[in-house]
Design a protein around this ligand. Structure first.
Ligand code: FES
Ligand SMILES: [Fe+2]
Length: 451
């Protein structure tokens, strides 16, 4: 184990005091440990049931480095397999999506059905004899899959706690975003994908705990008249720290600014909200302008009210979930799903999609603002001073906002520890504490890192 890893205990101690050593963004050793001890145990968002509505529909996805074939079998059940032929390991299916009753490997032609069973072998018994048991060569299922509000998650650890336990209090907020209408959300189009030269924690932390960057990074929205001039505009509301490293910001309107209830969603949906949500959820939701947060480790969402920037363009809400798929310590592949309530009127769905594309789509203004900044964080974190093995330099970053200054409220109607502002590093501190403890716990138990 390298010197970087032996300093993880120091990270746990520092982050509780609002300080994060800069080397954690670019360390190859930390990245390797993250793969083994975080991503192999966490629940990962794979896709939405609306992406595979019919028997035989499939999409191909990733759990970091594990290719996943996610499909609806011919009985209508959702299944997920490692997208790798059991003969020589070839990736079985390279299409993004489609509809098939079987999958034939391009290498030697073994064929698998939608249950994952090996149903065809070229030259079959002639080369393997009748004694080979085909059942032993079925596709390998992803050990656990589970859906919530149509959102399908997978987990590589067969012994991990179930999805409800993993999400904890976050489920209450997912109800508001994804379970508020009778028929739930649907994905429109295919998820957008693009590569960003940053570390996955930078983007996960940005969505999870950093509304503070909005006034500066996204100043163009102020200039366009989409955001108010008050630099505190993204601070109003509550930051909620949840278990397992999750967190959400429920941003409300600035005092005196009149915003429509329920993020301006069409009135025709309101009776459905009342049917599907509790009185407490309705109260929080009715006052919400933006919901933005992260499900540890690398699933984030933003559900703002935005426009296309045109004059007199109304602000329109959308729901955007995204996975920050790590490719290496300094690179991620962003997967971004636009979602909308199935029961919303078609013209609203169109306006909502335009709002997403203009802001958080791959060429959206806010997306480009963020991407540029996240790249710069990693660019400035690879050098000798950032790694600072001899503690010559003050190489810790500032996560001090609100520490010991802002106290939780005691009348928040939802789960979690809620603070009365979103300009606060409480979620970030909890995110990095959970992250370091996950790395460290195994590091101590399975492979002592101290000499
Ligand atoms: S690798 Fe798939 S059939 Fe040989
Ligand atoms: Fe941003």
């Amino acid at each position: 184990m390298s010197g970087e890893l032996s300093r993880l205990e120091d990270v746990v101690d520092k982050i509780k005091h609002g300080l994060l050593p800069q080397w954690v963004f670019a360390s190859q050793d930390v990245y390797q440990l993250e793969m083994e001890r975080i991503f192999s145990k966490s629940w990962h968002f794979l896709g939405h049931e609306s992406e595979i509505p019919n028997k035989g529909d499939f999409v191909t996805r990733w759990i970091v480095n594990d290719p996943v074939l996610l499909l609806r079998d011919m009985q209508g059940e959702i299944r997920a397999f490692l997208n790798s032929c059991t003969h020589r390991g070839t990736m079985l299916c390279v299409e993004d999506c489609g509809n098939r009753q079987s999958f034939t490997c391009p290498y030697h032609g073994w064929t698998f059905n939608t249950n994952g069973e090996l149903v065809g072998i070229v030259a079959g018994n002639k080369v393997y004899g009748s004694e080979m048991d085909r059942r032993e060569w079925a596709l390998r299922p992803i050990p656990q899959i589970q859906s919530i509000h149509g959102m399908i998650f997978g987990c590589l650890d067969p012994n991990a706690p179930n999805l409800e336990v993993y999400l904890g209090g976050l489920k209450w907020y997912l109800d508001i975003m994804a379970g508020r209408t009778d028929n739930g959300l649907e994905v429109r189009g295919v998820p957008h994908r693009w590569i960003v030269n940053t570390n996955w924690k930078v983007s996960a932390d940005n969505f999870g705990g950093d509304p503070y960057h909005t006034a500066m990074t996204h100043h163009s929205t102020v200039e366009l008249g989409i955001s108010p001039r008050d630099p505190m505009f993204a601070s109003y509301g509550h930051q909620v720290v949840l278990e397992n490293g999750h967190g959400i910001n429920i941003i409300t309107a600035a005092p005196g600014l009149k915003m429509p209830p329920y993020q301006g969603l069409p009135k025709v949906l309101w009776p459905e909200f009342e049917r599907n949500l509790t009185a407490e959820q309705l109260k929080v939701f009715s006052e919400t302008v933006v919901m933005v947060g992260t499900c540890f480790p690398n699933l984030s969402w933003v559900s703002p009210m935005h426009g296309t920037g045109g004059p007199n363009e109304p602000l329109t809400n959308f729901v955007n979930f995204r996975v920050w798929r790590p490719l290496n310590p300094c690179q991620i592949e962003v997967w971004s799903w636009f979602m909308i309530d199935k029961d919303a009127p078609e013209d609203f769905k169109e306006a909502s999609y335009r709002s997403y594309i203009a802001s958080f789509g791959p060429a959206g203004t806010l997306e480009q603002d963020d991407t540029e900044i996240w790249t710069r964080v990693v660019d400035a974190s690879r050098g000798f001073m950032a790694f600072d093995k001899d503690i010559q330099f003050n190489n810790v970053l500032n996560y001090l906002m609100g520490l010991d200054r802002v106290q939780p409220v005691n009348d928040w109607p939802g789960p979690g520890v809620a603070y009365p502002t979103c300009y606060l590093d409480a979620i970030s501190r909890a995110f990095y504490t959970h992250w370091a403890e996950m790395l460290l716990e195994d590091a101590i138990v399975k492979a002592p890192i101290r000499a």
